[in-house]
Design a binder for this molecule. Structure first.
Ligand SMILES: C[S@@+](CC[C@H](N)C(=O)[O-])C[C@H]1O[C@@H](n2cnc3c(N)ncnc32)[C@H](O)[C@@H]1O
Length: 239
């Protein structure tokens, strides 16, 4: 039996063709999401709720930009903050500011006692409060290179508010990464929700880009196809 061809939406597809590969990547992402693959990954001992493919390209991005600050919304168990800190440690520069509306005591202790904890500052507050933005801004100095990762509440309205607030902090040439645009892809999954067809981070990105021509989607960083951030790598243009 040949394992070269499969049928997709009534069409015969070749797994070795570019289009076949892209379709398989999307199907794999959706299947893995339903099976909670990203909840079974640790980085240096810390649970990180990301796909290995996304972590790999985030490493590329951090290496390319070499930021002084990575501002993250959505700390959870701290795995992503420690991941960013570990790349910054290897680069010999930069710190992480991680914002979460609720940081559990055991997560805070694990992050702060981690050997990379000295590169991480935690802010416990809602990401969209003006007071939170003020605290974040207090850490940044005039010529600091800033990158932002949005991975907190994933509704369209919340992400759009975050995009409006945090895009101002991103330095030209640097990036703002929006996570979980995959929600649009998995709205029909058994664990998905039909409302996600419209209420998702990708919808927020589309609305944001209409009013912010100084940002553009960089498709280099979601090129692997297996990603939770489709169309989510936004570059702030050099003016
Ligand atoms: C998907 S998890 C973050 C995953 C983490 N970045 C990682 O990769 O391991 C989302 C987090 O966002 C936080 N969150 C939800 N609403 C928020 C808000 N309004 N402001 C800040 N954080 C929020 C939740 O408490 C939760 O810890």
């Amino acid at each position: 039996m040949s394992e070269r061809y499969f049928t997709y939406r009534g069409r015969k597809m070749d797994i070795y063709s570019r289009e076949g590969c892209e379709i398989l990547a999307r199907l794999w992402t959706r299947s893995g999401w339903q099976n909670r693959f990203s909840y079974n990954i640790k980085w240096l001992g810390m649970p990180v709720i990301q796909l290995p493919e996304d972590l790999l390209v985030l490493q590329e991005l951090i290496h390319a930009v070499r930021p002084d600050w990575i501002i993250e919304t959505g700390t959870a168990h701290g795995g992503s903050a420690v991941f960013y800190a570990s790349i910054l440690e290897l680069l010999g520069r930069g710190q992480v500011l991680s914002v979460d509306v609720a940081i559990r005591g055991y997560n805070r202790r694990a992050i702060e006692s981690h050997r990379l904890g000295r590169r991480i500052r935690l802010i416990e507050s809602s990401s969209v409060l003006p007071s939170t933005i003020k605290v974040v801004q207090r850490h940044l100095r005039r010529n600091d290179r800033v990158m932002v990762m949005l991975d907190s509440n994933h509704t369209r309205a919340h992400v759009l508010r975050e995009l409006g607030l945090y895009s101002k902090l991103v330095t030209p040439g640097s990036y703002l990464v929006v996570f979980d645009g995959v929600m649009e892809w998995v709205a029909d999954a058994p664990q998905g929700k039909p409302a996600w067809r419209k209420d998702n981070p990708t919808a927020a990105i589309r609305a944001f880009l209409k009013r912010h021509p100084n940002f553009e989607v960089d498709t280099h960083y979601d090129r692997l196809g297996v990603t939770y951030c489709p169309g989510g790598f936004l570059k702030k243009k050099l003016i």
